[in-house]
Design a protein around this ligand. Sequence first.
Ligand code: IPE
Ligand code: IPE
Ligand code: MG
Length: 239
Amino acid sequence: MSLNHMPKHVAIIMDGNGRWAKKRLFPRTSGHRAGIKSVRQAIEYAVEHKIERLTLFAFGRENWQRPQEEVDTLMRLFSEVLVKELPMLKENNVCLNVVGDRSRLCAEVLDNMKITESQTLSNTGLQLNIAIDYSGQWEIVEAAKSIVKAVQDGSLGINDISEEIFSRHLQTNITQPVDLFIRTSGEQRISNFMNWQLSYAEFYFCSKMWPDFRKKDFQAAIDSFLKRKRRFGKTDEQL
Ligand code: IPE
Ligand code: IPE
Ligand code: MG
């Protein structure tokens, strides 16, 4: 029995690429490469099931601290995938939006990002957000700065600041709350991802490493979600 509707917004922390590779005695970077197939599967699942929004965490602000070689490989991979997957995104009517701090990304990644974004801009199907150099705390601080500016220039009154107004100042423009949050690899933390948007999300932890994540694993997360009662503070009787 379903207690819920399909989630409108699903966010995924794609974790476990390094451990997947280590178990096979491969370099960590081969795990990142193997994870691309899972990205495709997640996108296809979302398209097939008419999920409105899918936000994927590809690279966090804290990930700059990894060995330079791994960071370089990841950046190269982003650049490559953004070009290679453009026909797939077009075919599936997916609109891509890369979210995060763009100031530290190299020209190649930025250029390919902009090309894929502009070529999928008018697509009306799945809204796909890929978070690169993203941090939930950074997003909130940037929103606070933008609100202070609006107050200073007189376009916003202090008493008009509400959750709704605040979310409109989010730099990533992701104002829709996350309904279902999925993290692979067995880790149970949010690692600075979508702090604002996760306020009332349902959490689902999958023990598989990201390169092993397939549509049936996405389906298992959805099945779990559909069985949950989301009360949003109310009592059972009020629902
Ligand atoms: C997630 O996999 C990918 C990125 C963070 C870019 P990891 O690289 O974190 O894999 P583990 O957690 O070390 O296994
Ligand atoms: C979070 O994963 C970032 C991405 C999956 C892109 P990490 O593997 O970097 O997170 P921690 O360090 O385990 O919290
Ligand atoms: Mg990890």
